[in-house]
Design a protein around this ligand. Structure first.
Ligand SMILES: NC(=O)C1=CN([C@@H]2O[C@H](COP(=O)(O)OP(=O)(O)OC[C@H]3O[C@@H](n4cnc5c(N)ncnc54)[C@H](OP(=O)(O)O)[C@@H]3O)[C@@H](O)[C@H]2O)C=CC1
Ligand SMILES: N[C@@H](CC=O)C(=O)O
Length: 399
């Protein structure tokens, strides 16, 4: 099978090397083209800077898109599908925006559009949601979906290193996005959560700036230490619940006691979970970022095409309504501004360096936080899930 790889960065290089060096089922795979920028076209025998050469070559059956970003990735994927090439991509930003369109164009042209590596890196997550929904309605998705932010939080907690230094290490290791603000501000998780909801709920969820998304840019060593001293760990989580015809969706730092799976998810690993009616909770752990785990998942998709293992096709026909305030929760907020008036309708009081806000609707807390950050850009908040709550509040806030 002839393959073209679009992009020769961290992931593209990994796919190229694995196909050429790892001879198990990959021995019948052949990389015919590697699409690069004009000034890099002499890099390899397979390099080309002409996308047209690739899509007009009838010998190319599979196009692997690992350029990143929205354009030209979006147009290249559509052109490849329309030229009857199967497309595999790790690019969650473009999938989150255009999955509905890609699915439709792939179906019209009788080719496959596969994207296992886009969520969870090497962790088999998309394929397991697809299996789960054959039997169950999934009503809850939650997880550590971003390797870079988990690496940063873990290294800061373990070694006391500064945020900027650890981010630099994540970039050197190939975990971070080209623009790492997507990793630290939560938007990479937002994209991954959209894709997961699309498949789990069969309802296309478009990423938008209105979604409640809050990251770890403002976390300090003092925050991490305050929680760690009492046995709690901060994780940047993506969460969604579906209740009746409504669903919610949130990305936020969250506090976990040290004996939980979440607190023990280290380095660049992801821990992603779903809840189904009959299966109960299912947890998946694996490397969520990095060259070889991601390339591995891409090659699994290629082999699914070779072996005619068709993935689930979703029509995105369900009409679910997004409700930012579907759930209430407790938050610890650190800010220099006077919060009294903002939280006057809620039980909110100062405990140590933080304000504890009880049982506030999640979407409302996020929109109030946006207001707070207009006056205090360094403000930060962390969610306290019910299961962490009792002991966390008492220990963290009062010590
Ligand atoms: N790294 C990881 O762990 C994971 C990454 N992903 C996703 O995989 C994709 C690729 O990531 P990664 O390999 O890390 O990113 P890189 O930035 O390392 O690689 C992207 C490559 O594509 C090139 N490129 C971008 N635009 C063009 C263009 N228009 N024409 C030619 N070449 C272009 C870049 O060149 P230049 O540098 O000159 O811009 C770069 O060499 C992204 O969508 C990412 O989100 C998914 C899972 C894990
Ligand atoms: N930047 C992403 C790469 C994988 O999706 C991450 O850190 O998780």
């Amino acid at each position: 099978m002839n393959i073209a790889i679009l992009g020769f960065g961290t992931v593209g290089t990994g796919v190229f090397n694995m196909i050429n060096q790892v001879h198990r089922l990959t021995e019948n795979l052949h990389v015919k083209y590697v699409f690069v920028r004009e000034n890099q076209k002499d890099q390899l025998a397979e390099s080309t800077a002409s996308f047209d050469e690739i899509i007009n070559d009838p010998e190319v059956e599979v196009v692997v898109e690992v350029l990143g970003g929205l354009e030209p990735a979006h147009q290249y994927i559509l052109a490849a599908l329309r030229n009857h090439k199967h497309v595999i991509t790790a690019n969650k930003a473009v999938i989150a925006c255009y999955l509905e369109e890609f699915t439709q164009v792939a179906t019209e042209n009788q080719v496959h559009f596969y994207f296992e590596s886009s969520v969870g890196g090497g962790t088999p997550w998309i394929s397991e949601i697809e299996r789960a929904v054959r039997v169950d309605d999934i009503d809850h998705i939650q997880g550590i979906f971003n390797g870079t932010s988990n690496f940063i939080l873990d290294r800061m907690a373990q070694s006391g290193a500064a945020f900027a230094d650890v981010l630099g290490q994540a970039q050197e290791l190939g975990y971070a996005e080209a623009d790492p603000s997507a990793d630290v501000d939560g938007w990479d998780i937002a994209n991954k959560l959209c894709i997961s909801c699309d498949i789990a709920y069969d309802c296309f969820v478009s990423p938008s700036q209105d979604l409640p998304v809050f990251g770890i840019r403002n976390i300090t060593a003092a925050d991490i230490n305050a929680f760690a001293r009492q046995g709690y760990t901060v994780k940047l989580m993506g969460k969604s619940r579906q209740i009746g015809d409504a669903f919610d969706y949130v990305v936020e730092p969250t506090l976990y006691p040290k004996n939980t799976f979440e607190a023990n998810t280290r380095e660049n690993y992801n821990l992603i979970s779903l809840h189904g009616e009959t299966i109960g909770d299912l947890n998946f752990i694996g490397q969520g970022a990095g060259q070889l785990p991601t390339a591995n998942a891409i090659i699994q998709d290629i082999l699914d095409i070779v072996q005619h293992r068709d993935h689930l096709k979703r029509g995105f026909e369900r009409q679910l309504t997004f409700q930012a305030n579907l759930m209430k929760s407790d938050y610890l907020l650190r800010s220099t501004i006077n919060y009294q008036q903002l939280f006057s309708n809620y039980d909110a009081h100062q405990v140590g360096d933080y304000v504890l806000v009880h049982q506030i609707p999640v979407g409302l807390m996020h929109s109030l936080m946006k207001n707070i950050q207009e006056k205090d850009p360094r403000a930060w908040m962390v969610n306290l899930p019910a299961e962490s709550h009792e002991s966390a509040v008492q220990k963290v806030a009062y010590n």
